[in-house]
Write a protein that binds this ligand. Structure first.
Ligand SMILES: *Cc1c(COP(=O)(O)O)cnc(C)c1O
Length: 395
């Protein structure tokens, strides 16, 4: 049995999204900036896609900017807010310690330029509280950038409460909602979000395309310079097939949230209940406010990489920490931020589900994971030391 359980890394494309893209490869291949009819047909498709994305988020079409993905949207949002803040002498930014690298590395660059960044502690309950944000806001705070939901451990952050606090304090609020769009109900107006990043390939759309919502009037800074596309804020000929595919996938996902959420959450809860039976393990992430598709555990005495290889041999595609950190020896910054020590963080497993998974697949995972964990522990010198008392258990 083949089980794809790595939907936080990327998703299979929906047939609806694929069909929505096809005409723009061979029939309506025009450049939206061209004045002839084939160009104008592409322009119309672009603006229809913009209206669809805007409708899903509860904003106006002109508040949507198409980008090459979530990373670019994060970069542009943060750099723009930093430049705007700096013009008014505000050079303090608030974020969390478990953001995606697209956010953290952009902030690192700003720190080198003299910005000060507060990284909110996420070790209590593997989440933050809105109060932590409120307490961190200063007169010179230019931006609060806090993810909507964490990609590794699934915690859903208190975004509406944070939005209200930022609005009251007059601080710009950006959220990396890449893991939330299409999976949770989002309304940028009601939730007082000034900027929001999203990415097509996390909700069964194509890779290499995303969007940034920016509240109208907010001064954006270009990351890509060149032509006047996207109201002059993002140069380059628009990725029309990608944008149309993303918009179709987003509409499909948003229209079906109420149907998919309980279905996916039931599979998640079955896995969490079953895997919790494995001795010396711990669930990562907020147990209550949690993405419907996220299951994340640490197993003591094993290496997550070995676990992945053995699961792959059993047909299961999973992940250990984030896809971006695999290949490096450092454990995930997210697991360290929630307080897992190095040894424990190395033994992590993330199973991320979508509505394309089935309960039969969960049964297969629940047979395979305990077997592989036991097999690896039997070979592990660390596990032997734990069992003989030469080392003490952490979990
Ligand atoms: C995947 C992801 C990104 C990056 O999106 P890309 O479209 O792959 O650039 C950013 N933030 C989070 C939380 C993600 O999960």
């Amino acid at each position: 049995m083949k089980v794809y359980a790595d939907n936080a890394a990327t998703t299979a494309m929906s047939q609806t999204a694929i069909q929505a893209m096809l005409p723009y490869f061979d029939k309506i291949y025009g450049n939206p900036s061209s004045l002839h009819s084939i160009g104008q047909e592409a322009k119309e498709a672009l603006e229809n896609a913009r209206a669809t994305v805007a409708q899903c988020l509860g904003c106006e079409p002109r508040e949507i900017l198409f980008t090459s993905g979530g990373s670019e949207a994060d970069n542009q949002a943060i750099i723009s807010a930093a430049r705007f803040g700096a013009r008014m002498g505000k050079k303090h930014i608030i974020t969390t310690a478990f953001e995606h690298h697209a956010v953290l590395h952009t902030l690192n660059r700003l720190e080198k330029e003299g910005f000060e960044v507060t990284y909110l502690d996420v070790s209590h309950g593997h989440n933050i509280t809105a109060q932590q944000v409120k307490d961190a806001i200063r007169p010179d705070t230019a931006l609060v950038t806090v993810m909507y939901a964490n990609n590794e451990i699934g915690s859903i952050l208190p975004i509406p409460e944070i939005g209200a606090i930022c609005k009251a304090a007059g601080v710009t609020f950006h959220t990396d909602a890449v893991q939330a769009v299409g999976h949770l109900h989002i309304n940028v107006r009601e939730q007082n979000i000034d900027m929001l990043s999203l990415s097509g390939h996390k909700f069964h759309g194509p890779k290499g395309v995303g969007a940034l919502y920016v509240r109208k009037g907010f001064p954006l800074v270009n990351i890509i310079e060149g032509g006047a596309q996207e109201r002059g804020k993002r140069a380059g000929t628009e990725n029309i097939p990608g944008i149309c595919g993303m918009a179709a996938a987003m509409k499909e996902a948003c229209d079906n949230i109420d149907k998919n959420m309980p279905k996916v959450a039931a599979m998640r809860d079955k896995l969490i209940a079953g895997l919790s039976q494995i001795p010396h393990c711990a669930l990562n992430g907020d147990p209550v406010n949690r993405l419907p598709g996220n299951v994340s555990f640490c197993f003591e005495g094993i290496e997550g990489e070995s676990l992945l290889l053995f699961l792959d041999a059993k047909g299961i595609s999973a992940s250990s920490g984030s896809a971006c950190t695999s290949g490096s020896l450092d454990p995930s910054h997210v697991l360290l931020a929630i307080g897992r020590v190095h040894d424990v963080a190395h033994g992590s497993l993330r199973l991320s589900l979508s509505e394309y998974n089935t309960m039969e697949e969960m049964d297969h995972i629940l047979t395979a994971v305990p077997e592989v964990v036991q097999y690896l522990r039997n070979m592990s010198p660390v596990w032997r030391d734990l069992q003989t008392g030469k080392r003490t258990y952490i979990l």
